[in-house]
Write a protein that binds this ligand. Sequence first.
Ligand SMILES: [Fe+2]
Ligand SMILES: [Zn+2]
Length: 402
Amino acid sequence: MHPSVGSSTEESASLQPAISLCNDGQEVVLQGLDRRELRFHAVWLRYNCQCSDCVQPHSGQRLLESCHINPDTNIETASINEYGTELHLKWADSQHEGHVKLDFLKKHSYHGHKEPVSRDQANRLPSISYEEVISGDKGLLRWLQHINQDGMCLVKGAPTEMTTLMELVERVAPVQTTIYGKLFGVESTPNPINVAYTSVKLDYHMDLVYYESPPGLQFLHCIRFDDCVIGGENYMLNVSAVAERFRRQHPADFDILTKVPATFQKIHFARSEPVKMKYQRPHINLNHRGEIVNVIWSPQFEGPLNVDYSDVQPYYRAYHKFSQAIKNDKNFIELRLVPGEILSFNNRTILHARKSFELNGGVRKLQGCYLNIDEYKSKLAVLAHLHGDDEEVKHVGNQCWF
Ligand SMILES: [Fe+2]
Ligand SMILES: [Zn+2]
């Protein structure tokens, strides 16, 4: 045990944490900064040094050369500055002197057990008025917070112009262009390039899962939906929550679906812009704590399974059980859109489905578009920083391990 280098200043000692070094200075222990003891490795602190030699002040970009940092570095001295805001450090081997803010250490502390987060949440479809969303940043924040919390939100009372959706969504970020363009119309058409553009039933799926980064948010704006149209209701289901329940009931099958990759593809040559896209990945992805960070489900866009011979039968057994779990899950939301409503949802956690419909002489016309998940996350985080409680945007189902 290295001798404590303690809280050094007498002036404002009462609220300052006590510092001690242990493991020959390879770890720093802070008592009294948080309710629990916080421990940091000397190498972690070295990488997070906030001095102007280590971080470019304006951009916040790191200037360190990692090949020059000793992973077994240790601290020679540690003290708190006179304002009680920074931990000042000197590393023994490099003799580098720098500092890290105490707030930063509190926020990014990694010591101690963290409970895995379960995504088994309630199913709700919150709503917000179009007026509120377009009234300013606070309304926009409330909308995105609903989507972040529940995976979906219904915007009510929007105009039914063909320009409305794009104007609204681009308050968040530029819409994501895909093989269907920027905006897509969901209406029964002859020779459709997607089964969505017909009147048949659509089973639960996510859109564009054959992309490396499938669209984050999806928006469906109801332009017209005549009362005489029979069917056409939308269904929404949180598949991360289904997977969480599936893990408890069928752990071995769950495990297979985290390891054996499915094939997702869109191969369509006979369209104005021919497409051949393929992507292989498992249906369920876990992080280092075993938390579900992504579920991919889109049977309509699966291609031939291409895995080891011995994995085929176990895969299909697990796949069959999971598809039954999805089909039989009672935690879905059903809704019949009304003209002027915009259904907004996270395409990475929420499955959508549609009942078949009969036009019966009427019209059902929706307009849709997408937002990239990273741009949505960033906008939400920035708005939460400016107008909210600065909460972190996590667990959006985009395979990020946070
Ligand atoms: Fe879809
Ligand atoms: Zn530094």
